[in-house]
Ligand binder design. Structure first.
Ligand SMILES: [Mg+2]
Length: 260
């Protein structure tokens, strides 16, 4: 597909964060100008992340601080998608949430009742405040057969030093201890996140284009949800390693800045 055709067919760009618009605290090249040019062309921008340890506010603050935020932009996290999904399909159910205090506040603010004693279902998020007491409790609920949801599947969370264990690593531990896999994973690359995004933005998935650096989450997400996709080589994927995956992005660019 040509760049111009892709731009013409896209109303809304979903922007992965680390490896796509910034690396740690530094915007990738002239990303600020590129995003502004997309806004000027009338494109909606949604910064999309699987990281459910942080809130929308925290991401917005960072994007403002490093100069990537613009008028009309939005942030969407797998935590937000999980809240929306539960509201739509499991309204009124009591939830045992393994997550950060910030995420617990977001669940409560959305009217979800958190219950550590006798929940109807369990949710595992990226809990950077994880303790053995929480592990023990979730393991017991899983062994008791409670429905089990995870916010996203990533094995590791990139940092500027060593990649940190993320939800996928936690899931491997719970599978070993309880024999359970999640009944559903919400975030990229799966479809619940795509459905919740369509509802959140009012834009059909066919008018969305995902820009990201990971084949197995970003590009798979677009393929699973009927979106267009752009792979950028500014993060974890190279032209060589992309061949190890089944999906073919509509465009492959060195960085997001080549989109215009
Ligand atoms: Mg990334």
């Amino acid at each position: 597909m040509t760049k111009e055709a892709l731009l013409n067919q896209t109303d809304l760009f979903l922007l992965d964060l680390d490896g796509t618009v910034y690396l740690d605290e530094t915007p990738i090249g002239s990303a600020a100008e590129t995003l502004q040019a997309l806004r000027v062309r009338g494109k909606q921008l949604v910064f999309l992340t699987n990281n459910s340890s942080k809130t929308e506010e925290e991401y917005r603050a960072k994007l403002i601080r490093i100069g990537l935020w613009g008028e009309g932009d939005r942030v969407y996290t797998s935590g937000m998608a999980t809240i929306s999904y539960l509201g739509r399909h499991f309204a009124g159910k009591r939830v045992y949430l393994v997550g950060t205090e910030a995420l617990k506040r977001e669940f409560s603010a959305a009217g979800i009742v958190l219950d550590e004693e006798d929940p109807d279902l369990c949710v595992l998020a990226y809990d950077v405040q994880l303790t053995f007491a929480k592990i023990k409790k979730l393991n017991a609920f899983l062994r008791a057969g409670k429905p089990f949801f995870a916010t996203h599947p990533d094995d590791v969370c990139p940092t500027k030093d060593v990649p940190m264990p993320d939800v996928g690593s936690f899931l491997a531990m719970f599978e070993r201890s309880s024999g359970r896999k999640p009944d559903l994973i919400i975030g990229k690359p799966f479809t619940p996140m795509g459905e919740e995004l369509a509802s959140f933005t009012g834009t059909p998935q066919a008018k969305m284009c995902m820009i990201g650096d990971r084949m197995h989450t970003d590009i798979r997400f677009a393929a699973n949800n009927g979106m267009k996709s752009v792979l950028v080589l500014s993060g974890e994927t190279t032209r060589e390693t992309m061949k190890n995956f089944p999906d073919r992005p509509d465009l492959v660019l060195e960085t997001i800045n080549e989109i215009l």
